[in-house]
Design a protein around this ligand. Structure first.
Ligand code: ATP
Length: 133
């Protein structure tokens, strides 16, 4: 089975760097399965799980938006934050989810920017909870 180098990078660290058989991401237009030899492209990502396959093993990552860049020699996922399942603090994600939900449910006039912010925080928290479980 052919492989390609996958790097998952955030501003803080290199989260992952391995030769993989395939990567599945959720781009802005939907799910994308990327195999070695794919044509080069760049596309923004949704806040969604990324699944990496090596042989029969499938490893999930929580990736909070960003971009995927597919090149001849490697695939780079660049995100504001990304975690492997084992790195996720479930209690923290559940607390973040609750905070975001409280903000979204708050009565009264709410700034549109604050609302959007809470929505994104909720998406990040739910993504982490999904991967952690
Ligand atoms: P919180 O409100 O809990 O800080 P957040 O979604 O605002 O969550 P981010 O700004 O996306 O957090 O991430 C900040 C840093 O904290 C990143 O390095 C990210 O990997 C890490 N991080 C955030 N939430 C968790 C979590 N539940 N478990 C492990 N690491 C986390």
């Amino acid at each position: 089975m052919s492989t390609i180098l996958l790097e998952i990078v955030t501003p803080d660290r290199l989260v992952y760097s391995e030769q993989v058989n395939s990567v599945t991401v959720r781009g802005v237009e939907g799910e994308l399965g990327i195999l070695p030899g794919h044509i080069s492209f760049v596309t923004p990502l949704q806040i969604a799980p990324v699944y990496v396959k090596i042989g029969n093993e499938r490893t999930p990552f929580a990736v909070q938006g960003g971009f995927v860049e597919v090149r001849k020699d490697k695939i780079v996922i660049l995100a504001e934050s990304a975690e492997r399942a084992g790195e996720i603090d479930l209690e923290r994600a559940e607390a973040a989810k609750e905070r975001a939900e409280t903000r979204l449910n708050a009565k009264g006039r709410q700034d549109e920017v604050d609302h959007r912010r809470a929505e994104l925080a909720l998406q990040r928290a739910m993504n982490r909870i999904k991967i952690s479980n």
